[in-house]
Write a protein that binds this ligand. Structure first.
Ligand code: FES
Ligand code: FE
Length: 441
């Protein structure tokens, strides 16, 4: 039932007021709400696990999380990918304890139950002597649904949820600016980087969906200036203000992007900047994406696919899942994608530059995390939790939709996409059935 203690559907819906642009800060702190999120948001949404190229060969696997549930993602012999709960059905031990690798089978280290790479229970020690009529086929781990969008592997626990393409709604053209620049597709480079930030997952998800506003203030500006060539005249340096925000028509996804920034200003080093703003790969991408949008006008951008998958297309190419670890902690799992057919020197340089900008110690990454942690700390106070937060930017600001770009767009500094994310969150938290939740055509 959806009536759980104090959090009745009415009480949850009252946490976000889209028309007034007000947000109740308890969505970031309340333990009971968090438990409901694990069930209703993370138990029903398509969640990003990794890239196809993380598991190229049969038996290759990666262990990760869906919400707080550990899972194993494994490449099958027939080329498909399976995702199953990383928990032995015997006494609950993890089936696989490594981060990644290649396996012919997985053997539970507690009492030795063995599973094949599809997650089928195939061997139980002393089955004949110690069990009577035990049905192995009934005791495999829970399987998740798996779907891939242009290299990114998503999984969902819920058999009732719409398919991935329906779920992604009208957000796919914006994903394509990173994933579909070349017919060769993309690949992940470097290892999965992981770090902890003591803050609620929604701060990170919201920022990547909606917040271009912070880039002009948060010391990103210092990082930008530090990355400029020494000969640049800084006397009248101003942050770029031309751009748009996109709010998906369904699903809580959002994106923000600059328009008409000077070429080569991606800020991830001259070699990468050049690859993403001129030359044959860029020209090809422009042509390929032209039916979707004027790619040549697009600058730096950020995006969230609800609930916890975020990335920075346009040459930064960091992709991450904000794994929730309680209401006040996330584990960031990040990797870098690149055009599969990019020259090796671009791949190497992009991996290096990513460490400088958006890794655990990256100059931009630090700025963002610092803000979220300070907010989370402030919310430990009683008063902090009782005063609503303003989420009004862009409300009733007319005439900024740009029909050249897909979907509903507004001025670059807006909280339209944030309101979209929280409204969808409230719907996921209160509507029990996909009949009413799924996008209506
Ligand atoms: Fe896995 Fe016992 S817990 S074999
Ligand atoms: Fe930022």
């Amino acid at each position: 039932s959806l009536n759980s203690g104090k959090w009745t559907p009415e009480a949850i819906r009252a946490l976000i007021d889209e028309e007034k642009g007000m947000l109740d800060p308890r969505i970031y702190t309340d333990h009971e709400l968090y438990e409901l999120e694990l069930e209703r948001v993370f138990g029903r949404s398509w969640l990003l696990l990794g890239h196809e190229s993380h598991v190229p060969n049969p038996g290759d696997y990666l262990t990760t999380y869906m919400g707080e549930d550990p899972v194993v993602m494994v490449r099958q012999r027939n080329g498909s990918i399976k995702v199953f709960h990383n928990q032995c059905r015997h006494r609950g031990m993890k089936i696989c304890r490594a981060d990644c690798g290649n396996a012919k089978a997985f053997t539970c280290t507690y009492h030795g139950w063995a599973y094949d790479t599809a997650g089928k229970l195939v061997n139980v020690p002393f089955e004949e002597e110690a069990f009577s009529g035990f049905k192995k086929e009934e005791w495999g781990p829970i399987q998740a649904r798996v779907e891939i969008y242009k290299g990114l592997v998503f999984a969902n626990w819920d058999p009732e949820a719409p398919d991935l393409l329906t779920y992604l709604s009208d957000a796919t053209p914006y994903m394509d600016t990173m994933l579909d620049r070349s017919e060769a597709g993309t690949e992940a480079i470097g290892a999965m980087q992981k770090w902890v930030i003591p803050c609620n997952w929604k701060f990170a998800a919201e920022q990547f969906a909606s917040d271009m506003y912070h880039a002009a203030t948060t010391s990103h500006l210092a990082a930008v200036v530090a990355g400029l060539p020494p000969e640049q005249d800084l006397s009248n340096f101003e942050p770029h203000m031309k751009g748009h925000q996109f709010r998906a028509k369904w699903g809580g996804h959002g994106c923000g992007f600059y328009l008409d920034t000077p070429r080569g200003s991606i800020r991830v080093g001259p070699i990468v900047d050049k690859y993403y703003s001129e030359g044959p790969a860029y020209e090809k991408a422009k042509e390929r994406l032209a039916p979707l949008m004027p790619y040549h006008r697009m600058g730096a951008s950020h995006m969230t696919i609800f609930p916890n998958c975020s990335f920075l297309p346009y040459g930064m190419n960091t992709v991450r899942t904000w794994h929730p670890k309680g209401p006040d902690q996330i584990e960031v799992w990040a990797f870098v994608v690149v055009d599969k057919d990019a020259p090796q020197e671009i791949k190497d340089e992009l991996a290096r530059q990513n460490v400088r900008t958006f890794s655990a110690g990256g100059v931009y990454e630090q700025d963002d995390g610092e803000n979220w942690v300070d907010i989370q700390n402030a919310l430990r106070g009683y008063k902090s939790r009782t005063a609503p937060l303003a989420i009004q930017m862009g409300l009733n600001v007319p005439g900024k939709n740009n029909p050249e770009f897909p979907g509903k767009t507004s001025y670059v500094f807006s909280e339209e996409a944030a309101r979209g994310l929280y409204s969808h969150w409230a719907r996921m938290m209160t509507e029990p059935k996909w009949d009413t939740l799924r996008p209506q055509s």
